[in-house]
Design a protein around this ligand. Structure first.
Ligand SMILES: [Zn+2]
Length: 614
């Protein structure tokens, strides 16, 4: 583990604008620097870097963080790698991690295992590709499907071979348990082993960074299952990956949108027709992780499903999964091909131009959602409309606060013949679900290398959600904002002020932040966020506030502001106690004395009150 103090030391010495500036062209925009976001596609810059706060935020996609998290997100480095890189630049040596021998051993073992898995997959991959060249029926099948050698090479298709243990030809030890764990070999109950992929065209699956992580396989003769994927392994999680995303990098830019189709054969076939922007989920419904990756890849996402029941269901699942993640700057559309068609057959029968026309006419998410709801319920009768509201309410409540939400609510209200107010009242009674964050961006605080992840996948851990700063009073917010922007003001907090904070019920978060700022010694926003525990109550509140900070002017005198805010709190506390005494009637001498004492305190604190009291 890298000590927190070292991280703080490092963050105090490096400049986030320099680190970001190496990858993103930044120009001055007021106190901040602006550039085109490297995490989502945009034409006007909404990526903002604050040199004073040592923090960046994209107002388009919500990516945010400090110099370390930028390197992690942008280059795919691990946390320790990013720290080492930055430390080397400023001539610091990362202190030896004080891991226990057991931890060190476990981490070493994981690394070795990962390297081993990667080597096994690569070996299998090379073998499959070589097999394809030697197996005319497989080549014939691909030709029949209309695939050129060029496209087959582009997707690095292969042939698994026919034998039960074909891989034994290239694996030095077919009994190696890692072959099973990497998903290449299956072990039967009786202990006998055989290749997972047999008699199949192999489709290597790459992570979005181009690392080989698994395979898909398709039978070329009749049989079940027609398609087979690698199981989830330490390298591969099908709920996280999109087939073809790596190969689509260029195509996405050319076409200006990403097309989500049902299977990898669709992806490959579309490439054959000249469309290189298609990706496919791997036999799972669309997940939020898929959507995150898609939203990063393009600001126009078109889901293309078959018009059969399974396709309709998959589309609805994709819609409900995406609702909590909707953004005004990302357009989601749905396309249903005519009954009986998949993208490949459609392109073959009608041509790619007709397919492009279909894409142009894809339904907007809102239109599809309302149409589908209307299809499910008889809206001409009151009961049907009621049932429709019942089904839609949790979906509508899950929508983040966006313009598209406002629009959808208006249209839905009309559909079910409610006024917007009636609909809102209805929705208010539905519990607010926890929303996923806009992007999976590292917010810091997790320096442990250990959380023995079930996965040592290339993706980083999921990050806490940017919940709204709910239930935070304006005063607490003001203090939090000040502390976050100028962590150094904690040094001026006196005992008396601390005492006031301790007794104020609404200032718990402020106390937490003071303690955090004191213990970590952060000197700017980016560093303070790094020290933050992403699981804490503070995390979502501060993340939201940090974004607001970027658009605010620097304060001429943060210390004076801080003192003023604390004074106000003290004043309010005194006034509250005075009101309580008056309410009680000031009956005895003690309460009268106390009242006078408070009046004197008031006068000391606030000159405006002096005149009143004298
Ligand atoms: Zn962005």
């Amino acid at each position: 583990m890298i000590p927190e103090s070292f991280i703080q030391d490092l963050l105090a010495r490096i400049a986030v604008e320099d680190v970001v500036g190496r990858y993103v062209q930044l120009r001055k925009g007021g106190a901040n620097l602006l550039g085109l976001c490297p995490f989502h596609k945009e034409k006007t810059p909404s990526f903002t870097v604050s040199p004073s706060k040592q923090f960046y935020h994209c107002f388009g996609c919500g990516a945010h963080g400090n110099a370390i998290s930028f390197l992690i997100e942008h280059t795919g480095a691990s946390f320790p790698e990013a720290v080492h890189t930055l430390a080397a630049e400023v001539g610091l040596t990362v202190p030896q991690r004080s891991q226990t021998p057991a931890q060190r051993e476990a981490s070493q073992r994981r690394k070795t295992q990962q390297t081993h898995f990667e080597a096994l997959l690569q070996k299998a991959h090379d073998f499959y590709r070589q097999q394809l060249r030697q197996h005319p029926p497989a080549i014939e099948y691909l030709k029949q499907r209309g695939l050129s050698g060029q496209v087959a090479a582009r997707f690095q298709l292969g042939w698994s071979g026919n034998g039960r243990q074909a891989l034994a030809q290239v694996m030095s030890d077919y009994g190696d348990p890692a072959l099973v764990e990497a998903g290449l070999v299956v072990e039967a109950q009786d202990g006998r082993r055989y290749d997972r992929f047999r008699e199949r065209i192999t489709f290597p699956i790459f992570s979005h960074r181009g690392q080989l992580i698994g395979f898909g396989g398709r039978l070329i003769r009749a049989g079940e299952p027609k398609y087979l994927n690698s199981p989830d392994t330490p390298l591969f999680s099908k709920g996280d990956e999109l087939y073809g995303l790596w190969q689509a990098r260029q195509g996405l830019r050319q076409e200006g949108c990403v097309l989500v189709v049902e299977g990898y054969m669709d992806v490959v076939a579309l490439a054959q027709h000249g469309m290189n922007n298609a990706v496919a989920t791997l036999g799972t419904a669309t997940t939020q992780e898929h959507l995150r990756k898609l939203m990063r890849a393009s600001d126009r996402i078109i889901f293309c499903f078959d018009a059969d029941n399974a396709g309709r269901q998959a589309a609805w699942r994709a819609l409900t999964t995406s609702l909590p993640m909707l953004r005004d700057d990302v357009a989601l559309r749905f396309l249903f091909l005519p009954q009986g068609h998949d993208p490949d057959s459609y392109c073959q029968d009608e041509g790619i131009d007709a397919f492009r026309e279909q894409l142009q006419s894809a339904q907007a998410l809102s239109a599809y959602m309302l149409e589908e709801l209307a299809r499910r319920h008889p809206l001409e009768e009151a009961e049907g409309r009621a049932a429709c509201v019942h089904e839609a309410a949790p979906l509508l409540v899950a929508l983040p606060d966006t313009v598209i939400k406002t629009q959808l609510l208006q249209e839905f209200a009309t559909l079910v013949r409610l006024t917007p107010e009636e609909l809102n009242a209805r929705l208010a009674s539905v519990a607010q679900p926890v929303r996923p964050g806009p992007t999976s961006v590292h917010t810091g605080g997790q320096h442990q290398e250990s959380p023995p992840p079930q996965k040592m996948s290339p993706h980083r851990g999921r990050v806490p959600t940017a919940r709204q700063a709910r239930g935070v009073t304006p005063m607490a917010k003001r203090l939090l904002r000040l502390l976050l922007a100028y962590p150094e003001v904690v040094e001026s907090v006196g005992d008396q002020q601390l005492e006031i904070l301790m007794v104020s019920p609404h200032l718990e978060l402020v106390r937490d932040l003071i303690i955090l700022a004191n213990t970590c010694g952060a000197r700017h926003t980016g560093a303070l966020l790094e020290a933050l525990d992403p699981e804490s109550d503070l995390a979502p509140v501060l993340t939201a506030l940090a974004t607001e900070l970027l658009t605010q002017e620097e304060l001429p005198d943060p210390y004076a502001e801080w003192k003023d805010a604390l004074t106000r709190i003290e004043l309010n506390a005194i006034k509250a106690e005075q009101s309580a005494l008056i309410q009680a009637g000031l009956r005895d001498e003690t309460s009268k004395q106390r009242y006078q004492q408070l009046t004197r305190q008031l006068a000391q604190l606030d000159p405006a009150n002096r005149r009143v009291s004298s």
